[in-house]
Ligand binder design. Structure first.
Ligand code: FEO
Ligand code: CA
Ligand code: CA
Ligand code: CA
Length: 579
């Protein structure tokens, strides 16, 4: 123990698991709410009503709901926080008597406004960090904001609609989950569960290609109201009228936070799937590498490598549109390779690979994964990590005794990086590219951690790896970032009932991991009901911004008030570097 204390990378004592309705951080640290869903970005925005939320008029002038991925940018003295708002809690946003069901086009507009991306200037004053209300950088990008489409799928017939016969301009960015950034200072927002916003008011008669795509991507094709019922009030989301609209979502979208007038760009070259986040690295020769996960049971991990090189201050316009997409194959001998998704290897055109990327990855034999969530690139060593959050269906059997498959029909049997059936706890896979070059097609890999519960399952795969112990229990790793000192920060989106398989884990949380020793310590716990997701730092790393998504009532405003997703700031009491 004495030796461990001497060699520990951590400047904090482990926090115990918590089960209450607020945020906790270790001794010597403090937290504060910086911004909540519905807080004003502009002084003319409506006041938030603690019982009814925000009216439709002005709902695009407040901080969005369900905060997720975020990135901090600074230039001179100006500091911007760019934040995703992944989805809406319809029960929180709609009058109680509607039971979470939209009843008018006005309801739909309000829901659409609360999602997407918020760009906001922030500053630290005597009372802590706050949004700079009315900053010229403040901006909301939502489900009706104009987008440009570029890359191989731009202009393809499958992207054309009545409103956009060119197939190059769409409205809205959807289910913005994880985030990323580019070396040239732009923000990447990642479209995840876009399928859930579509539906149909009539029986569909789809062509074979579209039908197969809807099946693989889970686009609902039965006549029903579905989760959001946009299609009941907004024709664009009605597949009987606009069957190509879903082909225009599921992409990586680039936003220039420094130019409020710049139209966001959907980069189809980086593939269409349920994008979690986008983590960049630079290859030694200057090519831009972007790692991405597809968060669905039995789907894949991806890598983009640009054709041109990044030159600071040079032309960056091709770096996310010209290049090669790859899918990951993991071998049992702890090596792996990135399989190029080329027309030759897949039998598909470049445009088809961009639109039906999941099928392209299946065609080359990529490894089915346990829901790839965030990927993080270590800035201090040539390696990267991916959270494989869980997979309740791996190894599970259908009624006829066959093993369950992914939506592409591939059996989800166990494999080396996903070694557990009915994986409730999740794991983090790490890879080191050969020749210390993220541009290389081959790598070595290992499991950094398999989460588990050695208290409930003292032996066997559900105990987890040796770096899991009674003190640091967690499940379902999801958000992840590596700070500039090389510490791995892990956020969870799991079962927080603290019972049975999950006993002793408490609420969702954020832990720090030492990449070298594998030691993991709990640093922060969220309020019950919440997921901890989204993490970034101020330029001086004395402030950490942490997202609290879908907390239970009454976080953070107290009894009798609506629950509000929020960004909290964490600092050391002595204002030293965090971590
Ligand atoms: Fe939106 Fe996969 O988390
Ligand atoms: Ca997530
Ligand atoms: Ca998750
Ligand atoms: Ca979530």
């Amino acid at each position: 123990a004495a030796l461990a204390a001497q060699t520990s990378r951590f400047a904090f004592e482990q926090l115990a698991p918590q089960t209450d309705g607020t945020v906790h951080v270790p001794e010597g640290y403090s937290w504060d709410v910086m911004v909540r869903w519905g807080d004003k970005l502009f002084s003319d925005a409506p006041e938030f009503d603690m019982q009814s939320g925000v009216p439709t008029e002005g709902s695009d002038r407040v901080f969005g709901e369900n905060t997720d991925g975020m990135e901090f940018f600074h230039r001179g003295g100006t500091q911007l926080l760019v934040v995703n708002s992944e989805y809406v809690n319809t029960r929180v946003n709609l009058p109680a008597e509607q039971d979470g069901k939209p009843a008018s086009a006005d309801d739909i507009t309000r829901l659409q406004n609360f999602q997407g991306v918020t760009v906001m200037e922030v500053a630290e004053g005597e009372d802590g960090w706050a949004v700079v209300v009315d900053s010229p950088y403040n901006r909301r990008i939502h489900h009706r904001s104009a987008m440009m489409i570029d890359g191989p799928a731009a202009g393809h017939d499958l992207l054309k609609t009545a409103a956009d016969p060119t197939g190059t301009q769409s409205l809205g960015t959807f289910n913005n989950c994880g985030s990323g950034r580019t070396p040239w200072g732009t923000y990447l927002t990642c479209e995840e569960n876009f399928n859930g916003y579509f539906g149909t008011t009539e029986e569909l008669a789809l062509d074979e290609v579209t039908a197969a795509g809807f099946q693989r991507y889970g686009v609902p094709t039965d006549v029903s109201e579905g989760r959001y019922n946009y299609h009941g009030f907004d024709e664009r989301f009605d597949l009987s009228k606009n069957p190509n609209e879903p082909h225009r979502a599921g992409y990586i979208v680039e936003i220039d936070p420094w130019n409020p007038d710049a139209t966001p760009i959907k980069h189809t070259a980086l593939g269409r799937f349920k994008h979690e986040n986008a983590a960049y690295a630079l290859a030694p020769d200057g090519r831009v590498v972007v790692y991405m996960g597809d968060d669905e049971r039995g789907e894949f991990m991806y890598k983009w490598v640009s054709e041109d090189i990044y030159v600071p201050g040079g032309d960056t316009s091709t770096l996310l549109s010209k290049g090669q997409l790859f899918a990951a194959k993991f071998n049992d001998d702890l090596t792996g390779s990135w399989l190029a998704l080329t027309p030759q290897a897949t039998g598909m055109t470049e445009a088809e690979i961009s639109i039906f990327t999941r099928m392209a990855a299946s065609a080359v034999g990529a490894t089915t994964m346990d829901r790839p969530e965030w990927i993080a690139v270590n800035p201090t060593m040539v390696e990267a990590y991916c959270c494989l959050t869980n997979n309740s269906r791996r190894g599970a059997l259908n009624d006829d005794g066959s093993v369950r498959t992914n939506a592409g029909g591939e059996a989800m049997v166990t494999n080396a990086p996903n070694p557990r059936e009915i994986n409730r706890y999740g794991q983090i896979v790490r890879w080191k590219p050969h020749a210390d070059d993220h541009g290389r097609a081959t790598f070595d890999w290992d499991l950094y951690v398999m989460a588990g519960n050695p208290t409930v399952h003292p032996e066997g795969p559900y105990a987890g790896t040796a770096n899991i112990n009674e003190g640091n229990l967690f499940n379902s790793p999801d958000g992840m970032q590596i700070d500039s000192s090389g510490l791995l920060w892990i956020q969870t989106d799991g079962d927080d009932d603290n019972e049975g398989d999950f006993a002793g884990m408490g609420n969702n949380q954020m832990l720090a991991g030492d990449p070298v020793t594998g030691e993991i310590r709990r640093f922060l716990t969220g309020p019950n009901g919440s997921e901890v997701t989204g993490l970034t730092w101020s330029a001086d790393r004395r402030t950490m911004f942490v997202g609290i998504q879908h907390p239970a009532a009454p976080f953070p405003d107290g009894e009798g008030n609506l629950p509000r997703s929020s960004i909290v700031v964490v600092k050391r009491d002595d204002n030293a570097l965090i971590g």
